[in-house]
Design a protein around this ligand. Sequence first.
Ligand code: DC
Length: 240
Amino acid sequence: MNEDMALDNPVIAIDGFSSCGKSTVAKALAHKLGIRYIDSGAMYRAVTYYFLNNKIAFPAAGKHSDFNYEPILDKIHISFKISSENGLSEIYLNNVYVEKAIRSMEVSENVSHVSAIKQVRRRMVDLQKQMKQDGGLVMDGRDIGTTVFPEAELKIFMTADPEVRALRRFRELQSAGVEVTLEEVRNNINSRDYEDTHREESPLRKADDAIELDNTQLNFEEQVAFVIACLRKLSIVDKP
Ligand code: DC
């Protein structure tokens, strides 16, 4: 069921901290509106996966490097394809399906370091900006409302209590069969929050015109209803 859109090709930015459930809300929204969903975090994860697999060194947390990553980045091709099985957009790295592989703890533990590299960010931001040429989209990440699409029609900034996020993520990983402890998940979320908000290039922050959605106490339906109400208020979808 698609909502009737009052606006052609809207761009919706959903930013926020790690494991806030951004992608769940973003996917549902894209489905309701009949527009694409792009997981920008998956793009940084895919680059990190490539760096790890090819033993490419990268600076530790908070450290800088003058290394020229451009020739390496030239070899990385990232694309999304719609799955014929579930209709969801899935990520490919150099034409290889990596949607599941990029969710490993090893990638999670290194992605904030790799995504702090300026050359990596600039490549990804350029790629993300180009995606708008194909029509409306919902994109989630850390800097979508501030850097990628500052002109987005709707910006949501998601937050939730860190302990609640850790528990949700832990359960998610457990049911995916990933062997991990709650403590490891909690540490990973805390360090990514810190690094993502403190990096030099496009750090995670709430855009001035973003609407905050704290979902600590909200279930999935309540979160989607909140965003739909925002869309109606901003006349992005028709009122019922
Ligand atoms: O959304 P995620 O947790 O899968 O994102 C993984 C990491 O990628 C996140 O810790 C920081 C980085 N990221 C980013 O720097 N900018 C974005 N727009 C999206 C993700």
